[in-house]
Design a protein around this ligand. Structure first.
Ligand SMILES: [Zn+2]
Length: 429
């Protein structure tokens, strides 16, 4: 920590007056925290001692490093977890990294308190989706700063949120404030693919956690307080045929033809659900298809990927049963029809009581009047078993997620630090 001692005498009184004005640019040069002590010749000790909190230049560099970690599911999250670990250690926090497979990783940190109040869990994800095929204005994994923004894959979803949460935690810890409830920080793997990190965290840590008053998921909501989102059910349907030389197709069973029949049925299929007052309807979209190996072979397999976005209280098993019913119907029409359905991913919907005390206090701490529901999905529902309320709240525009030229406004990350600190003060002090 850098300590600036200002001794007030007549001749440097002017300097003292100017000090507040030099702070913002001056702070760019100091790593970590700066304490300003103001002394007077007449008194024996400092009559003012203010902690000039953790400087924001460091936060930007931290966010850029996180972007450069390129934590796609293929490359793994370990590098990003290590960067966060180093950052937290600067404030004397000792995080734990749990890694598995090829560089897959979770990181958790626990800041203990007197335990008089229930704790707060900050939940994040380390992984990002790939950069896609389109050209970027700035390289997607360089963390380029321009026009008050930081560009790169994951800046909005959700490394900007991680940078803000880690910085807020560091500022609170560095300030020496006595907490009455624990802070638990978690950033996990695979949120974009199979939620492997969140599932692992809950499996290994759930019974070790302190009682929690709530969970804050720092995904990009552009500072909206999100208490509900739809769930998702990803299904793979595979039709099976019999290969044959395509000059004699009658000797085989064409799996692509079978899939065509299934897709025609799916066009007329109605999902069973009651519309939700905030989340609207359940939707379904067929998004991938693979089939066939060569121009002269009757294909023996064809598979499609279906993304279904579900509502709270909707039973996912009903959808799977309906698929099975369509198969049975097609088999009755043509006994050679053969298909199966498997679950690729299954995440429930999120629905936190908007009127509960946690949500009310949350809204007042961040100055928001109304909560919101969104169409996208997070790992939030996994954490619902740990605390009475899960709220999604973070910096960054949701419409920039997974897009070319993704960015986050630096001022939004700074604003988020203030919000997360206010939330810690509201719930844990
Ligand atoms: Zn995300």
């Amino acid at each position: 920590m850098l300590v600036i001692n200002v001794l007030i005498r007549k001749r440097n009184f002017l300097f003292f007056l100017l000090l507040p004005r030099v702070r913002p640019s001056g702070s760019e040069y100091f790593p970590g925290q700066v304490r300003v002590n103001v002394w007077s010749e007449r008194q024996g000790g400092p009559f003012f001692s203010g902690v000039w909190l953790y400087n924001r230049c460091i936060m930007k560099e931290f966010l850029k490093k996180l972007v450069r970690a390129e934590s796609t599911a293929e490359k793994g999250e370990l590098a990003a977890a290590r960067i966060i670990s180093e950052e937290l250690r600067l404030s004397g926090i000792t995080p734990a990294i749990s890694d598995w497979g090829t560089n897959r990783a979770n990181i958790t940190a626990w800041i203990s308190s007197t335990g008089r109040r229930r704790g707060l869990l900050f939940a994040c994800h380390l992984d990002v989706v790939g950069a896609g095929d389109r050209a970027w204005k700035h390289p997607p994994f360089a963390g380029v700063q321009a026009d008050g923004k930081i560009y790169g894959r994951g800046t909005a979803d959700m490394k900007g949120g991680i940078a803000a949460i880690v910085t807020a935690i560091r500022e609170i810890v560095d300030s020496g404030l006595k907490l009455q409830g624990d802070i638990v920080f978690f950033a996990g793997a695979g949120e974009e693919t199979d939620s492997c990190g969140a599932k692992r965290f809950i499996r290994d840590q759930a019974d070790k956690l302190p009682p929690l008053c709530g969970v804050i998921v720092g995904e990009p909501t552009d500072f909206e307080v999100v208490t509900a989102h739809r769930g998702l059910l990803w299904l793979e349907v595979t039709s099976k045929g019999t290969s044959a030389h395509s000059s004699t197709p009658e000797l085989g069973v064409n799996a692509i033809g079978s899939m065509g029949a299934f897709l025609a049925e799916l066009e007329n299929y109605q999902l069973r659900y009651e519309p939700h007052e905030l989340l609207g309807r359940c939707t379904m979209s067929v998004n991938t298809i693979q089939g066939g190996n060569a121009m002269n072979i009757v294909p023996e397999r064809c598979s499609i990927g279906i993304d279904i976005r579900t509502l709270p209280r909707q039973n996912h098993q009903d959808v799977i049963d309906d698929m099975q019913e369509i198969f049975d119907k097609l088999k009755r029409k043509d006994s050679r029809f053969d298909a199966e359905v498997s679950i690729v991913r299954d995440v429930g919907a999120l629905e936190t009581d908007r009127k509960c005390d946690f949500v009310k206090d949350f809204c007042s701490a961040v100055g928001v009047q109304r909560t919101k529901a969104v169409g996208f999905t997070t790992d939030g529902p996994y954490f619902a078993s740990l605390a009475p309320a899960v709220v999604v709240f973070g910096p960054g525009k949701p419409q920039l997620c997974h897009r070319t030229d993704e960015y986050i406004e630096i001022s939004d990350v700074e604003k988020a630090v203030q919000h997360y600190k206010n939330l810690i003060l509201k719930f844990l002090v």
